[in-house]
Design a protein around this ligand. Structure first.
Ligand SMILES: NC(=O)c1ccc[n+]([C@@H]2O[C@H](COP(=O)([O-])OP(=O)(O)OC[C@H]3O[C@@H](n4cnc5c(N)ncnc54)[C@H](O)[C@@H]3O)[C@@H](O)[C@H]2O)c1
Length: 393
């Protein structure tokens, strides 16, 4: 049987664009034809196009004319505008995390550290509202690229919850490393915040997703978030911070540590840590404490493979694990990091959704709950951790 042919395009030619195109090319459930790319400069479009054997487009409109699916792999401040444009043309929008947010008031001297977080929340909710409205009147859909939802550990826990009808009482998790290197990270007006949104969105969305799974398994509808308490800190900006050069410390106006504590509609809880101050490689995990079982999801590192390397230079051209500071000595080497993080499974699921009109697990409602929780979290943090209600759109 021939597979449905889907024409696809990518906006952005950086880190995310590269792993998106690689995953799109490995899709089995549809015949994906990657038509082309558009990035900020012609030079970067052409370089990416040449590397991947696709066409370079000088503008987004001419790319949208030729495709069914657009991968939105550009800085978060541009997600809304580009995704809405795609949806208006009935093109499906695979939108990288975070879905959207609040990116300042446009003033050149905007400073996320002193900005009103109430205004930030209103701005973020308005942005989500516009995206959901564009989706509702489109034949396309928002496919929210939260890879944690598709990580094998999280999907195994989904199976456990569905089959045992367990009740999750508490989840706790973390995404952390020693600092993002994307040029846009560190600037609130480009990233929409710091570690709480940039990293915390991953374990938070996984927790929101699993509580949704539990609700659907037990009584047919998701259990959604209700309130949030959060604290944020800019540890590398403290006058007392001792800079040894191992942790990135040049952020402009964002937090580099966040603790986000969520209560769900049924009173149960999740606590998520996100930071840019943790050495030793990426630290991505989620623990589920249910009434009938307990699960630890180690996305990365995991001890599936461990290597001991006595001489650093031996591993010069060997990828070990994300953000590891040294390859010498023992390491939790990742044999297939993309798979453990759920990237290929996510893109496969998205193309099945497009080709066969299947539902997606990481959809716009999950993304909206995540963004709404995070910006109520920023309001809470601005008020010293006071509990804040979460608006459900
Ligand atoms: N899921 C994950 O684990 C993960 C990892 C990394 C990045 N991301 C997300 O992917 C997105 C992109 O991040 P990145 O790391 O690839 O950034 P990057 O800086 O490596 O690349 C950004 C790209 O956007 C392009 N761009 C910027 N402005 C543009 C415009 N106006 N029109 C067209 N192209 C434009 C640039 O040319 C560049 O190619 C972000 O939303 C980020 O949060 C997700």
């Amino acid at each position: 049987m021939s597979k449905p042919k889907i024409r696809t395009g990518i906006i952005g030619a950086g880190f995310a664009a590269n792993f998106h195109i690689e995953a799109a090319r490995r899709v089995h459930g549809a015949d994906v034809d990657v038509i082309g790319v558009h990035a900020r400069t012609d030079a970067s479009s052409q370089k990416f196009a040449a590397t991947h054997g696709v066409a370079a487009f000088p503008d987004l409109d001419s790319l949208l004319d030729k495709i069914d699916v657009l991968h939105v792999c550009i800085p978060p401040a541009l997600h809304e505008e580009v995704a809405v444009k795609a949806l208006e043309r009935d093109v499906f929008a695979v939108v990288e995390k975070p879905l959207t947010g609040y990116f300042g008031d446009g003033a050149a001297d905007f400073d996320g550290r002193t900005a009103s977080m109430t205004e930030a929340r209103t701005g973020a909710l308005d942005s989500i509202g516009r995206m959901l409205a564009a989706e509702a009147s489109s034949k396309g859909r928002i496919l929210y690229a939260e890879n944690w939802v598709y990580a094998p550990t999280i999907q195994k826990e989904r199976e456990i919850l569905e089959k045992t009808k367990g009740q999750i009482l508490w989840m706790h998790g973390e995404e952390a490393h020693s600092g993002s290197h994307a040029p846009s990270y560190g600037h609130w007006n480009l990233a929409g915040g710091g570690s709480m949104i940039g990293k915390g969105c991953h374990p938070l969305t996984a927790a929101l997703y699993l509580k949704g799974v539990e609700g659907r398994a037990r009584f047919g509808k998701p259990i959604r978030p209700a309130t949030v308490t959060a604290r944020t800190h800019a540890l590398t900006q403290l006058p007392e911070f001792v800079d040894t050069g191992h942790i990135r410390a040049d952020y402009k106006d964002i937090e580099d540590f966040a603790m986000t504590h969520v209560t769900f509609q049924d009173g149960t809880i999740a606590t998520v840590f996100a930071s840019d101050i943790v050495l030793g490689g990426v630290h991505n995990w989620l623990e589920v404490c249910a009434g009938n079982h307990r699960t630890i999801c180690n996305l990365n590192p995991s001890n599936q493979m461990q290597t001991y390397n006595p001489v650093e230079s031996q591993f010069d051209d060997i990828y070990v694990v994300e953000k590891i500071g040294t390859k010498q000595g023992w390491a939790m080497t990742a044999p297939d990091e993309d798979f453990s993080h759920g990237f290929p499974q996510e893109i496969e699921a998205f193309y099945r959704a497009v080709a066969h009109d299947e539902d997606v697990e990481s959809n716009s409602m999950l993304a909206a709950d995540c963004i709404s929780t995070i910006y109520s979290g920023y309001v809470s943090a601005a008020n010293g951790g006071m509990e804040e209600a979460i608006t459900l759109l």
